[in-house]
Design a protein. Sequence first.
Length: 253
Amino acid sequence: MASGLHAQPQPRPAMTLPDSASSRTRADAASSASSNALSSTQPGPGFEDARRMWDQRFAQPGLLFGATPNAFLRHEAVRLAPRSRVLSVADGEGRNAIWLAEQGHAVTAFDLSPVAVTKAGAWAAERGQPVEFHVAGVDDWAWTPRRFDAVVAIFVQFADPAMRQRLFAGMWQTLEHGGLLLLQGYTPKQLDYRTGGPGKLEHLYTEAMVRALLPQAEWLLLQEYEDMLTEGSGHAGRSALLAAVARKPDRAV
Ligand SMILES: C[S@@+](CC[C@H](N)C(=O)[O-])C[C@H]1O[C@@H](n2cnc3c(N)ncnc32)[C@H](O)[C@@H]1O
């Protein structure tokens, strides 16, 4: 991994938090739930539990994963063409989507947690960044084919193996030919550190697993490594990580 990955984060101003989700994000949740292009899976019994759990975590004061964008993303986003159409998956409180918008990209983001999306929307408005935020889960997001030039998935390891298959298929489907998938996650070694992540072996990534999930990818980067993370209280300390940048091949001529 190039040393630039460890560039110093830039401080951001504090944000204020509104009381409730905006009508726009509620409407988006309803519309995206009714327009699923990839999966016919209905939210299962664990769905509401997961949303409640994440809402509770994000309802605490401050930002669970901090105000600075993920360091891997900052480093690898130089690969994106100017004004790319970017999807940030399970974006949380907006740190990555807002930073990408500040770099000039046209950013869409979604997350399961209405509390997180409300915080993200308020923060983006404060910073004058036009991010399109939606409340949606992986299984009710419309993975419109070839809609985005890049997909960003930073710590999306809430997905068990079955959901992971659907998630990666969706991310690949929604990428334009020549587009990039930027992925950061934890590896099984993270179970020794327990400084963030789901703490479940079957949710963690290995290089071989990621290769198998995206058999058509051209790998611009695929690496397991260790680093210190300082991403709020959620990701803090020595961490066992995987960084990946996959390119969707050009359409066959
Ligand atoms: C570890 S956090 C990472 C957030 C963000 N990517 C970041 O790096 O700051 C995982 C995120 O996944 C979201 N999430 C959990 N289950 C989800 C699902 N089924 N569909 C979409 N998002 C989900 C949570 O609400 C949470 O924001």
